[in-house]
Design a protein around this ligand. Structure first.
Ligand SMILES: Cc1cc2nc3c(=O)[nH]c(=O)nc-3n(C[C@H](O)[C@H](O)[C@H](O)COP(=O)(O)O)c2cc1C
Length: 269
């Protein structure tokens, strides 16, 4: 069996990057934007309700008004966003388009529901998962299509907060109960960013049963949060063993970032 199809797919999947710096003075055709939106349309969704709309902003004046909303958002939230990339999102000025994926929570009506309080409670807790996973699938498809069309993008969760969403809805004219679950700025990259950190394949895969020595203990989660997070978001190497300062940064945790085992004792909470 030929692997051509897999090779083409994985090439796009691996090259999809979050880019926060775009070349100025570029443009994109509506035809390309529709190809990108079409990929989003083909995403799977719970009960096939397709609880999304794709607001594609390619008009510079409208884009500027959207950017103003994001600047105000950054002003309000900057002190909570320390360590996160490009909080002010000034790079939005150089986008050729911005796609806002709107989620419509009313469609959760068509997800599984119970007929008794007990069965409904059991189902209801999972409805949010179904809703947000569906939107994530659409956003992912859009980002992949952007890459396949020779452009690049980011995936911004900022915009879904109440105040920002309300301001966006006023600028863009959608009812505010729809939420801007994902904003995808699109542009031409200033430079190609080929790779970012990914956990090793043998660490994330568990065949047939959960491997307790691949569990990540609380100490590791906390260590990551306190010391590592920005580096794994920004640095452009996949494999931490290749970082010049790997030993200094990771100390005793280095093996937990570079090999299969993250929990040598195999003890689970
Ligand atoms: C649900 C979700 C929310 C994200 N929110 C933001 C965001 O608000 N701002 C941002 O710059 N990047 C955001 N990102 C991008 C991640 O930071 C990025 O995917 C990650 O650092 C890995 O880098 P890569 O996409 O280049 O592989 C988000 C990604 C996902 C999947």
């Amino acid at each position: 069996m030929s692997n051509d199809c897999y090779d083409a797919l994985i090439d796009v999947v691996e090259r999809r990057r979050s880019v926060r710096k775009f070349e100025p003075g570029k443009a994109v055709s509506r035809e390309t934007l529709l190809k990108i939106a079409n990929a989003g349309r083909w995403a799977p969704s719970g009960a096939n309700v397709q609880p999304w709309d794709f607001l594609v902003i390619d008009d510079p004046d409208m884009r500027d008004r959207v950017i103003e909303v994001f600047l105000r958002q950054a002003e309000r939230l900057k002190e909570f966003a320390k360590g996160f990339p490009a909080v002010y999102k000034r790079y939005l000025n150089n986008t050729v388009a911005i796609v806002i994926v709107l989620g419509d929570p009313r469609w959760a009506l068509s997800f599984p529901h119970g007929t008794t309080p007990e069965s409904e409670a059991e189902y209801a807790a999972n409805n949010d998962n179904i809703f947000y996973s569906s939107l994530g699938a659409a956003i992912q498809n859009i980002q992949l299509a952007v890459t396949a069309c020779g452009l690049t993008s980011a995936w911004l969760s900022g915009g879904g907060e109440n105040t920002t969403n309300r301001e966006l809805s006023e600028v863009l004219g959608y009812p505010p109960f729809l939420t801007a679950c994902g904003t995808v700025p699109i542009g031409y990259p200033v430079k190609e960013i080929e790779r970012r950190f990914r956990r090793p394949l043998e660490q994330v895969v568990h065949f047939n049963s959960y491997q307790a020595d691949q569990f990540r203990p609380d100490e590791l989660v906390n260590f990551h949060h306190e010391h590592i997070r920005p580096f794994t978001m920004y640095r452009t190497q996949e494999n931490i063993a290749e970082w010049d300062d790997a030993e200094e940064k990771f100390g005793d945790w280095l093996a937990a970032y570079t090999g299969r085992i993250t929990n040598p004792g195999g003890e689970l909470p």
